[in-house]
Design a protein. Structure first.
Length: 158
């Protein structure tokens, strides 16, 4: 089963599997996803994958938001370290360009950055480099089974 098929299967429990969008073009970066969707980059809900010590942590943030290292360290008690491609694949089966907050192993802690609250709906990826789903922040919170909201973005973008 491919990652996007896994995400569709996971989203069935919420009745949202038919809402997954697939594009004929890449949506692997914020800019490409915004072009594919015809929206502003902030509406792209990018999922950033970190290792906080031994704990995998995914932070979903607005596409135009950057992580503030000081805020990250205050929140998680360690320096921000992005996952390697090997760590990402072995822990989740996902690849960069299609990282999403849905259907992840329980060991992966998902947090939503407050930068997302600026939008009535956002578009996270769905496990492939040419997919997305339109969700409200409330749906994103529910579908991702996030552990909470954090404020780890840099000003002024977020």
């Amino acid at each position: 089963m491919t990652s996007i098929e896994h995400v569709r299967e996971y989203l069935k429990q919420f009745g949202a599997e038919e809402r997954v969008l697939e594009f004929d073009v890449s949506s692997a970066t914020v800019e490409l996803a915004a072009q594919a969707l015809g929206c502003e980059s902030g509406r792209i809900a990018k999922t950033l994958s970190f290792m906080a010590g031994e704990q995998p942590v995914f932070i979903v943030a607005a596409g135009d938001c950057r992580i503030d290292n000081r805020k990250y360290k205050q929140q998680f008690g360690c320096k921000a370290r992005m996952m390697t491609a090997e760590e990402l694949e072995s822990l989740t089966g996902l690849h960069f360009g299609g990282v999403c907050p849905f259907g992840l192993p329980e060991a992966v802690a998902v947090y939503l950055d407050v930068s997302l609250r600026a939008y009535d709906h956002v578009y996270p990826a769905c496990g492939s480099s040419n997919s997305a789903i339109r969700v409200t922040c409330e749906e994103l919170e529910r579908f991702s089974r996030c552990r909470g909201w954090v404020d780890v973005g840099k000003e002024p973008a977020c």
